[in-house]
Write a new protein. Structure first.
Length: 550
RNA sequence: GCGCCAAUAGCUCAGUUGGAUAGAGCAACGGAUUUCUAAUCCGUAGGUCAGGGGUUCGAAUCCCUUUUGGCGUGCCA
């Protein structure tokens, strides 16, 4: 990596000059091209330590660096920045690396194989996945890919709340629809019930499988059947939607199974043993306020049932037991009140709460014809993940969800996502990829190939645009590391959009194929193949397709 | 009331551990096609980085404060 080479060279000079120094300085790619390929604030940060003026210190660096062949030009600028222009050959050498590493380009061992448990979506299995889950899905899946690429050992998990109150309500809702099918008039569908159309479908499926048989069994048996049937079908629905969306999990963790395994009781007994529970008003409480929560929380309700907090604590204990280094929960914005309770529980159990990390995804507005699409779960009026994929396609949906900082609200413009033009960033990026492919095809027709290409001829790549393209591609490695560390996949989509733009501009300005200048053509084709590789890699990581032709 | 998140161009948003003249895209306006895909490109215009104070060589970025918006603060999940 070029940056670290410059960094090391700077350290070497600091040593050579026998100066006091901090390694806190940076080597960066300046915003302004006139400031060179790289720039460092090393003199600014170390001037005071050596009682020198920053520019004077910088001067000493320049003298030494001027003798190194790696650098074409080293200058002092502004208050004492040192700007570096590198020899073209440095970029050419790195270009070969991009092409040869293929899909492993920009991979690194940065994550040191840290074991990460990444939990996302974890929607209730009470209905089809909605757009909130869609954002979480695109986000989580892409983050996992990026983190794996930079050397983390990531395990993804979907936690299924297939037990408890909501599931009972689901079963009751299904029963009502089932009764309707058998001619019963349901005057008032309870407001807390699930109103969506999908339950009518499920009821009729259930009816064709069982007929009226279910009326003849005991209420308990009937409800159990309702529950099982609904859960099975809805989970299958969710699974299929996610398959369509290209989102996969290493594991689907069932709350029911946790309950069966007695983990809830275990969690409760741990808390009791730690002396963190007490009884009040016929309920059992957790003294979470002792552990940073704003108030104590109920664990077991007066009716004897656990609150949702208990299985959640239990589930998180299993995460700790599975020996991960970092636990990442991706949550919706309405859950941030929840995490303080969970953290409190981890502290109470003397588990390392600093391992538990939460990413909050902010709200989504779907915008159609310039207006926010109003959704109401109660009325069963929601836009599902399937609707969205039908409407705008997987690629656009994923891109739009990824291309926004997680902490920011997201306005999803449905019209824009459908547009097949440069206004639509996903098409813009894919088009760059397809365009390179068509250049390759044309080269093949002209019988120009890279088989007999001597990489010495890469020196023909001496245009600013060409060197900048290479430089841009070399940035990918640190972009991915930043995206992984900060849990911000949008850095990758932003990068991709910029790279695609640079290529389109280059394409418009220079002709790649010139049958009279074979070596030049080959060098440019080589550059194109590198760009194709990098764009393809970025799209792969985001789970977006790479069309050969558009 | 308390807590979390946000506020950057007309709109949607970037802005890396604090760096040089705050950037894209869209919309607006003006241009480019004998060409490997014009699904593209070039140019013009657009800003009190919500307001105020502080920290320092340097602040959109860090700290304090005010304002505005979203959410949370259930024996719902």
């Amino acid at each position: 990596m070029i940056k670290s080479k410059i960094f090391d060279d700077l350290i070497e000079v600091l040593e050579e000059l026998d100066l006091e120094y901090t390694e806190n300085f940076s080597v960066e790619i300046p915003n302004n091209v006139e400031h060179g390929d790289f720039s460092s604030n090393v003199a600014l940060l170390n001037a005071k330590l050596n009682k020198m003026a920053p520019r004077d210190l910088a001067e000493k660096f320049v003298e030494i660096f001027a003798k190194k062949r790696y650098y074409k030009k080293v200058e002092i600028a502004g208050p004492g920045f040192i700007n570096f222009k590198l020899a073209n050959s440095v970029f050419h050498k790195n270009l070969i690396d991009i092409v040869e590493k293929k899909k492993k380009f920009a991979a690194s061992k940065h994550g040191k194989k840290q074991r990460i448990l990444l939990e996302f979506i974890s929607a209730n299995p009470t209905g089809p996945l909605n757009v909130v889950s869609a954002r979480a899905g695109a986000f989580g899946d892409t983050l996992a890919s990026i983190m794996r690429h930079v050397g983390y050992d990531v395990f993804t998990e979907f936690y299924v709340n297939d037990a408890g109150n909501q599931v009972d309500i689901l079963a009751e809702s299904l029963e009502l629809r089932y009764r309707e099918l058998h001619g019963e008039r349901i005057d008032e569908f309870p407001p807390e019930a699930y109103h969506g159309e999908y339950l009518k479908d499920l009821a009729s499926q259930l009816n064709s499988a069982e007929g009226s048989k279910l009326f003849h069994c005991t209420e308990n048996d009937r409800m159990e059947k309702m529950r099982n049937f609904a859960l099975k079908k809805i989970q299958a629905m969710q699974y299929e939607s996610l398959e369509r969306f290209g989102v996969h999990f290493n594991n689907w963790m069932s709350e029911r199974k946790l309950r069966k395994d007695g983990i809830l009781e275990e969690a409760l007994s741990y808390l009791a043993e730690a002396g963190c529970t007490y009884e009040k008003d016929e309920a059992i409480w957790f003294n979470s306020s002792q552990f940073g929560d704003i108030k104590d929380r109920v664990l077991i309700k007066a009716d004897g049932n656990p609150t949702y907090l208990v299985p959640d604590i239990a589930y998180h204990i299993t995460k700790y037991n599975r020996a991960y280094d970092v636990l990442i929960d991706v949550l919706g914005p309405d859950h941030h009140g929840h995490i303080s309770k969970l953290r409190a529980a981890m502290k109470a159990l003397e588990l390392d709460a600093s391992k538990l990390e939460v990413v909050y995804l902010q709200h989504i507005n779907l915008i159609q014809n310039g207006e926010v699409v109003k959704m109401s779960k109660r009325a069963g009026r929601i836009v599902t993940l399937n609707d969205l994929i039908d409407e705008v396609g997987k690629d656009a949906a994923r891109y739009f969800f990824i291309d926004r900082k997680p902490s920011a609200h997201l306005d999803f413009d449905m019209e824009l996502a459908k547009k097949q033009s440069s206004e639509n960033p996903v098409f813009y990026c894919q088009y760059a990829y397809a365009r390179i492919n068509s250049i390759m095809k044309k080269a093949k027709k002209a019988k120009i190939s890279l088989k007999d290409f001597d990489t010495k001829n890469l020196r023909k790549l001496n245009k600013d645009e060409e060197l900048r393209l290479i430089k841009k591609m070399l940035e990918l490695k640190s972009i991915l590391i930043g995206a992984a560390e900060h849990r911000e996949p949008h850095r990758l989509s932003g990068y991709l959009h910029e790279l695609a733009g640079m290529f389109h501009k280059y394409y418009a300005k220079y002709h790649i194929i010139d049958e009279k200048r074979i070596e030049m053509t080959q060098a440019r084709l080589y550059l194109c193949s590198a760009v194709k590789n990098v764009i393809g890699l970025a799209l792969d990581l985001m789970g977006i397709s790479t069309p050969q032709k558009m």
